[in-house]
Design a protein around this ligand. Structure first.
Ligand code: C5P
Length: 236
């Protein structure tokens, strides 16, 4: 069954902690991304760990293999279920990340987090690919990068829900897909280009749906999550 991940994209630890408290009963996974990782990393990660809230660390690691492996060691915690790297960092970098996550989890005696690889950011439009020197459309690029991620031992990929059907067809149902760029019916797209509704993402077979602004900017984040969970349970 698809699970909802709420991005704690807020400027302060206090606001992030308040969101964790508000969302606690709804049993969603929370995402700590660059804003939290640069702004208040230890505080929010310790807060979630103390409450046994499941976390996705959206670190999007992209560096030489040794540096990525060294960073990964600091991301493994008992309640951290998902972490990610950029597929464009290459096969060896992704392998180093997977190995480091597994080794560190072994040392701590906890389950290793799933290491996912970002294929293409959902803010990248088809016309941006050419500018980046990437041949083909978003779908072809996502498949190519996902194949590399699979070969490196990643558990799955971060991609647009628009690419999930093809990815599952190529790599099988157990290859996880985590999809940002989710917009409930009637909400603003902002900088996201390749968006889908919660119901469409679930129907496509996405395993994890990431939603940020439609929840954190809502007057009532709990009601916003409840309404997304409802949309997820309705077939598109
Ligand atoms: O506010 P919004 O729902 O657009 O937030 C989406 C979240 O998912 C952001 O935190 C963004 O960093 C993250 N993300 C993304 N596209 C990716 C990977 C992560 O939008 N490919």
């Amino acid at each position: 069954m698809a699970q909802l991940i709420v991005a704690l994209d807020v400027p302060s630890a206090e606001r992030a902690e308040r969101l964790v408290d508000q969302l606690y009963e709804l049993d969603v996974i929370v995402k700590v991304g660059l804003e939290g990782l640069f702004g208040y990393p230890e505080r929010i990660l310790a807060y979630c760990e103390a409450r046994d809230v499941r976390v996705f660390i959206d670190a999007k690691l992209h560096d030489i293999p040794r540096t990525v492996a060294a960073a990964m060691v600091h991301l493994v915690r008992p309640n951290v279920r998902l972490v990610n790297v950029h597929a464009l960092g290459g096969l060896d970098m992704m392998r180093a990340a997977v190995d480091a996550a597994g080794e560190r989890a072994g040392e701590l005696g906890v389950n290793p987090p799933h290491v996912l690889a970002v294929t293409l950011l959902t803010s990248i439009a088809p016309e941006d690919l050419n500018e980046l020197g990437l041949q083909g459309g978003p779908g072809e690029n996502a498949i190519r990068l996902a194949a590399l991620a699979r070969d490196a031992g990643c558990a799955g990929v971060v991609c647009s829900a628009q690419e999930v059907r093809d990815l599952k067809r190529f790599f099988g149902d157990h290859f996880l897909t985590l999809t940002p760029g989710i917009r409930p019916v009637g909400s603003a797209h902002a900088d996201q280009k390749r968006v889908t509704t919660p119901a469409q993402a679930v129907a496509a077979g996405s395993d994890y749906l990431v939603v940020g602004r439609p929840v954190v900017d809502a007057d009532d984040p709990v009601a916003a999550v409840q309404s997304i969970l409802e949309e997820m349970s309705v077939r598109a």
